[in-house]
Design a protein around this ligand. Structure first.
Ligand code: NAD
Ligand code: 0WE
Length: 254
């Protein structure tokens, strides 16, 4: 087992279709101990059964928009476990109205919100959890190709993901001397809660499958297996990197 004896904190499970659920399942299979954050009381009811199903140790509330919540999360994990080996950030949010129409119409507040929840939160979590992270620890976040090329309607989320990917590189530099690695996984489109909140997923899926060398969508299990590798000691020289789990889509132009 790849992750035996490692402790992982997972941010971003909403239900059993979440990418974070696929990651947590792979971690569990590889022998990691798990804990889960949830956003608000409505998600607590969903995340607690998932924590039980996956044999997790505990859950805790965290709205990543709140510095107090982030600080408290690190305190809870420190009280329960002392140290941590893996931190998974699988969180993003923008106003629904900003994920359609023209990017130019993004308001200052909409821009700030997307950047705060989807990019800054990685920096805030990394700083709060830094004192807990063991040498060899791994921080992993989720990104999307709309950060690098224009994907219709992804708009302000593309800008926020570009900031997230740059943050991964700067965090990797800061954490390197402590032998802590920071990486992103760029997943192809997956029908999750966040993806069904957008208009025509069916069309995005068809266009994606038609271009991707593997000719199909990717699964949360495949993202989970990649995350398990990145979190493991087999990836001990990989940091500041963005790994595509996209069936090769990103490598094809026409
Ligand atoms: P999801 O809806 O299952 O997960 C998104 C999570 O973000 C939810 O658990 C939600 O509670 C959490 N969240 C939102 N605002 C928050 C806040 N203020 N504080 C704490 N948590 C908050 O959807 P998903 O597709 O699994 O998304 C997970 C990550 O994967 C996101 O970063 C997303 O951008 C990324 N991603 C998704 C796809 C896709 O096609 N689904 C592709 C590539 C990358
Ligand atoms: O990162 C994402 C989704 C992020 C997201 C989704 C929502 C929907 C509901 C952020 N905020 C919200 N806010 C809501 O109110 N993905 C990679 C999935 C996704 O989103 C798209 C996509 C794909 C793929 C938006 C436009 C076009 C394609």
């Amino acid at each position: 087992m790849l992750l035996e004896g490692k402790k992982a904190a997972i941010f971003g499970v909403a239900n059993n279709r979440s990418i974070a659920y696929g990651i947590a399942s792979a971690f569990k299979r590889e022998g990691a101990q798990l804990c889960f954050s949830y956003l608000g009381d409505s998600l607590k009811k969903r995340v607690e059964p998932i924590c039980e199903e996956l044999g997790g140790d505990f859950t805790f509330p965290c709205d990543v928009a709140s510095d107090d919540d982030i600080t408290r999360s690190a305190e809870i994990v420190a009280e329960k476990w002392g140290k941590l080996d893996i931190l998974v950030h699988s969180v993003a949010f923008a106003n629904r109205d900003d994920l359609k129409g023209r990017f130019i119409d993004t308001s200052r507040d909409g821009f700030k919100l997307a950047m705060d929840i989807s990019a800054y939160s990685l920096v805030g979590l990394a700083r709060a959890f830094a004192p807990l992270l063991n040498p060899g620890a791994s921080i992993i976040c989720m990104t999307y190709y709309g950060s690098q090329k224009v994907i219709t309607n992804y708009n302000v989320m593309g800008v926020a993901k570009a900031a997230l990917e740059a943050s991964v590189r700067y965090l990797a530099k800061d954490f390197g001397p402590a032998n802590i690695r920071v990486n992103a996984i760029s997943a192809g489109p997956i029908r999750t809660l966040a993806a069904s909140g957008i208009g025509d997923f069916h069309q995005i899926g068809s266009l994606f499958s038609a271009r991707a060398p593997l000719g199909r969508l990717v699964t949360i299990e495949e993202v989970g297996n990649t995350a398990a590798f990145l979190a493991s000691d087999h990836a001990s020289a990989i940091t500041g990197e963005c790994l595509f789990v996209d069936g090769g889509f990103q490598s094809v132009a026409l």
